[in-house]
Design a protein around this ligand. Structure first.
Ligand SMILES: [Zn+2]
Length: 245
């Protein structure tokens, strides 16, 4: 990232009344959460295939291979913490800037950083629920069977996180709110996402405001939505540079 780009982004942020921040996996990589889709990262093509979210984060995988779904090494990480991206955005919001986060991540790190306006397109991990009786569980209440699969006493239902898996539809209300947010914003920041997951692309085309900024480690295709500023780099580092400039 260049100093002129940081200055430009800062000017856009200062001038904006309502900012829509549309974020993807790249917003959390600096918290140690991997983005298998990204070109950088230490994963081989074979590993990427085995870890492909389209497979392991799908409804099909959960229902057909619950044991494998709940026993991925993926689940056994230490707890991630917010990085500069989450922290700087939350600080700006606290200082009175109207920054509305729309995230494709399920890690809750924006809220953990103190951000109040967060729309989670793909759900979250804070609560789990039984797929049979729909009872909601806090992670602490979850009882696992001998195969390490979380179970509910009613009909032995599988208890799963409140995330939207591949093969499932996002919550309609969240989708409508996200679209309305992008529609009313005058600055749209698209960060850490390749926009490869549909319908992400549809959301950004709701934008009618002044400026579009992309912060990502590689160029992305926004279709006919014109980009005013592209910053190649990490989201946390970029926002930290804006804060310090
Ligand atoms: Zn149940």
């Amino acid at each position: 990232m260049e100093r002129t780009e940081i200055a430009q982004l800062k000017a856009y942020i200062e001038e904006a009344q309502i900012i829509a921040f549309f974020g993807g996996a790249g917003v959390s990589t600096e918290s140690g959460l991997p983005d298998y889709r990204s070109k950088d990262g230490t994963y081989t093509e074979l590993e990427k295939k085995a870890l492909d979210p389209k497979k392991i984060m799908s409804r099909k995988f959960l229902t057909e291979q619950p044991e494998a779904f709940f026993n991925r090494s993926h689940n056994k990480r230490t707890e991630p913490a917010p990085n500069e991206a989450h922290i700087v955005l939350a600080e700006m919001e606290k200082a009175g800037k109207d920054i509305r986060v729309i995230t494709q991540n399920v890690d809750g790190l924006h809220q953990q950083a103190g951000h109040r306006f967060v729309l989670e397109l793909h759900g979250h991990n804070r609560t789990w629920y039984c797929m049979e009786c729909t009872r909601v569980y806090s992670p602490r209440e979850i009882q696992k069977d001998e195969r390490n699969i979380p179970r509910c006493p009613i009909e032995n239902g599988i208890v799963r996180p409140s995330v939207v898996l591949f093969g499932e539809n996002p919550n309609k209300e969240i989708v409508e709110k996200s679209k309305a947010t992008i529609k009313t914003a005058d600055l749209l920041i698209i960060a850490g996402t390749s926009l490869s997951v549909n319908p992400a692309r549809n959301y950004i085309h709701q934008f009618k405001g002044k400026h579009v900024v992309v912060i990502n480690n590689e160029k992305i295709d926004t279709g006919n939505l014109e980009i005013d500023l592209f910053i190649e780099g990490k989201v946390g580092e970029t926002l930290a540079a804006v804060k310090e400039s």
